[in-house]
Design a protein around this ligand. Structure first.
Ligand code: FAD
Length: 281
């Protein structure tokens, strides 16, 4: 069972118990929101599960088992912080993959073999929570000024206190929670420190809207780039290229390309699946 599309608050429960005795391979994804949804790990994971589960079932000789995947989101639509049209496109895509969506319902509780959602028990026995991110306790323990969401309040120079900068996921800037924002923060502070050193006037922080690329199943991603939205294979290509560019941000092109190429391989530890993979080639 999978619970959660987001890291802010939610649950992901994942059953990968593909043993011959299993009649139903069940994966449920539930997102508790109401708190801002920042990350979309659960959507990505849910989208990847059907093909993955079918493949390992085939490799292990488990046939005719029903795969049941459910995604539960407390908000009425997926990715409630992003445009509704995008949420709906992702919902359509996940349904196409056979994933059942339970929207507008919050997770109320969990036992060893079930999850309570909207007053009903859903049978499940393994939970992976992808939506439970919170700030490191350091800030609370050291009396930083925290917002309602537990983020550190920073000024327009990203300072919590004079000369104490808080960057990335822990600060309360508009797009905090994304790697792109963390890098933007780092660049901003580095430039300001250099300006200060050179006796120049420092600049005020301006949040930079990230480019959202959300994979949901093989060869399919939803993209929100400024006001432009597109979905499908073109999005998947952009997602792959984004990794190459990301690697190049920190290393030269040849190393970045080498690193990037490893994405097209697989890290497989199961001896049975390794054998099947070798046979595929
Ligand atoms: C599964 C997953 C998928 C993601 N996918 C994307 C994506 O596709 N695109 C995107 O833009 N963002 C993505 N993110 C978000 C992205 O990873 C974060 O926004 C980004 O890493 C934040 O950078 P940061 O430097 O603030 O924190 P981090 O990268 O978390 O770095 C903080 C570091 O501080 C260390 N630390 C913590 N406490 C202490 C302490 N007391 N002393 C010393 N060290 C300490 C931690 O161990 C950690 O290494 C994803 C996140 C997750 C979890």
């Amino acid at each position: 069972m999978l619970v959660g599309t987001a890291v802010e608050l939610g649950v992901v429960e994942l059953v990968v118990g593909v043993e011959p005795v299993v009649d139903v391979v069940s994966v449920e994804v539930l997102v508790e929101s109401g708190v801002v949804v920042e990350l979309l790990t659960g959507i990505e994971l849910a989208g990847a599960m059907p093909e993955y589960l079918r493949r390992i079932m085939t490799n292990h000789g488990i046939k005719h088992k029903k795969i049941s995947i459910e995604l539960v989101e407390a908000a009425p639509h997926l990715v409630p912080r992003l445009p509704k049209r995008m949420g709906k496109a992702i919902e359509r895509q996940l349904r196409r993959l056979g994933i059942k969506l339970i929207l507008g319902e919050a997770v109320q509780g969990e036992t060893a073999d079930s999850l309570t959602v909207g007053g009903k028990a859903i049978k499940s026995h393994t939970v992976v929570w992808t939506a439970g991110q919170s700030n490191v306790p350091f800030y609370k323990n050291n009396a930083f000024n925290l917002t309602e969401r537990g983020k550190v309040a920073v000024d327009d120079h990203l300072q919590a206190e004079p000369h104490i900068y808080v960057l990335g996921d822990n600060n309360n800037t508009l797009y905090s929670g994304m790697a792109q924002s963390a890098l933007h923060d780092a660049k901003f502070v580095a430039e300001n420190l250099a300006r200060e050193q050179a006796g120049q006037r420092t600049r005020k922080y301006k949040p930079k809207k990230p480019i959202y690329v959300l994979p949901a199943g093989p060869n399919w991603s939803a993209v929100l780039w400024g006001k432009v939205q597109f979905y499908g294979f073109a999005g998947a290509i952009l997602r792959t290229l984004a990794d190459l560019i990301g690697f190049h941000d920190i290393e030269p092109w040849w190393h970045a390309t080498e690193q990037w190429m490893t994405e097209f391989g697989e890290q497989e530890e199961c001896p049975v699946c390794i054998t099947h993979r070798a046979e595929d080639y």
